[in-house]
Design a protein around this ligand. Sequence first.
Ligand code: PEP
Ligand code: MG
Length: 315
Amino acid sequence: RRPSARDAFDGTAATRDGHDVDLVANVADPAEADAAAGAGARGVGLFRTEFCFLGRGAEPTVDEQVDAYRAVLTRFAGGRVVVRTLDAGADKPLRFLTPGHEDNPALGVRGIRTAVDHPDVLDRQLEAISRAARAERAEVWVMAPMVATADETREFVAACAAHDLTTAGVMIETPAAAIQARWLLADAAFASLGTNDLTQYTMAADRDLAGVAALSTPWQPAVLDLVRVACEGGAVHGRPVGVCGEAAADPLLAPVLVGLGVASLSMTPRALAAVADALRRVTLEQCRELAANALDKPTARAAREAVRDARRDVP
Ligand code: PEP
Ligand code: MG
């Protein structure tokens, strides 16, 4: 097979008519940062920081965190890295941070909620991110996971500002955050849709449970409609809304997301070339038509088939 445009990614992406889409990588440790840079990514839309905390009996020191974050930031000099603060709880319990037992951990103290009882842990992480950012040349944005309210957003943005982290945003992973996006984005500088959790919580279907897998797809019109609402909330304030869940890596879905108003797509590095290729085959207007078409369908299967039919050119 001859190499084609699908095999290579030069770090930029746009629709056929020149509407830029920020295509960036998800990374979870320095090795993945290497892989992302090797795949052509110039930035990171989701830097998961759990690797620094998991499997330890105690919280890492600020110095240890600074070193860990710098090891990722250093790969993206001149680019942007969106650092997500610790998303512990649920499937990622931490002895020094999360409650010992919860009947429903996915609905429990996870993500930003751990900062209610442990504001000091968040504070030390923000201190470390801030120091790492000052030591490296990447542009650092910070975002909080599992945000549900405008109050949580305001408090997180204030905590970031106290550490000179001036571009602070939220992940939209709960239906509440999507519906309230116009309020959250009054304070947050940006938002990123975590479609894995947003799908789980919208469909009330465990993201890791095979028995409900048919429900667990971002093609569900209910999920797409929440993406639309979130993007409209961002547009009220002229603030960008991206996607960093698995949905961003689907070459068929990516143009739909752009049509819904999404400004950036962050994904596993190996998907970058195919998604860039899918975007350059459509105009922004076609993206909007695909989105309107998918939204108008009663089922996930019908939404996907409608887009599939219109995009026979996508491999
Ligand atoms: C998501 O929920 O879509 C997301 C990107 O976060 P994580 O997969 O780490 O929960
Ligand atoms: Mg999530």
